[in-house]
Write a protein that binds this ligand. Structure first.
Ligand code: HEC
Length: 152
């Protein structure tokens, strides 16, 4: 009576190389949980900013960023001053010159040093628009020029 069960158990046991605690069978398919690194750093801004989308990003900036980076991007927000954070002046073209859009995106989402991550508080679309807004402090030309009236 017992025999077949024992054989199966033995085979399984051998297969699991003794890890009898593991109840999950060895997975031979579906390598679906390979890490999905958000490798955004080489990514080019995939959104086409509009005056509205950048205005929305500006609002987010006002809530989440200006306390450190300053309304004008000068890095003299109250929190930054209070915490004596090492802020760069975003009005200086040199500040973001060496960073790709994707790298800026990553810093916003993941944070950096004393900067807290935005995480998923802002949707990707909004973050990309923030990237544009960040660049606009030193170069207003990056801002979209579509007319609010939208006559086409
Ligand atoms: C608590 C203060 C703080 C807040 C809030 C904050 N940052 Fe920062 N941010 C920093 C600091 C400090 C650095 C420099 C980090 C480093 O290089 O170690 C930084 C760096 C950056 C950089 C890289 C370029 C640079 O100036 O060094 C970008 C881009 C940036 N922040 C964007 C944002 C955006 C967008 C937000 C809002 C979503 C934001 N930050 C919110 C403090 C802050």
């Amino acid at each position: 009576m017992f025999k077949p069960v024992l054989i199966v158990a033995t085979v399984l046991g051998a297969g699991l190389t003794g890890l009898t605690q593991e109840s999950t069978p060895p997975v031979s398919d579906a390598p679906s949980q390979m890490g999905v690194p958000v490798q955004a750093s080489s990514q080019v801004n995939p959104v086409k900013p509009t005056t509205e989308s950048v205005a929305a990003a500006k609002k987010t900036y006002g809530y989440d960023c200006a306390m450190c980076h300053g309304e004008t991007g000068d890095g003299k927000g109250d929190t930054a001053v209070d915490m004596k954070l090492p802020m760069k002046d975003l009005r200086d073209p040199e500040t973001l010159k060496g960073m790709t859009d994707g790298q800026i995106y990553s810093v916003i989402v993941n944070g950096k040093g004393k900067m807290p991550p935005e995480g998923d508080r802002a949707k990707p679309d909004r973050v990309w628009n923030l990237v544009v807004y960040m660049r606009s402090f030193s170069d207003p030309k990056v801002l979209p020029v579509d007319k609010p009236g939208k006559t086409r």
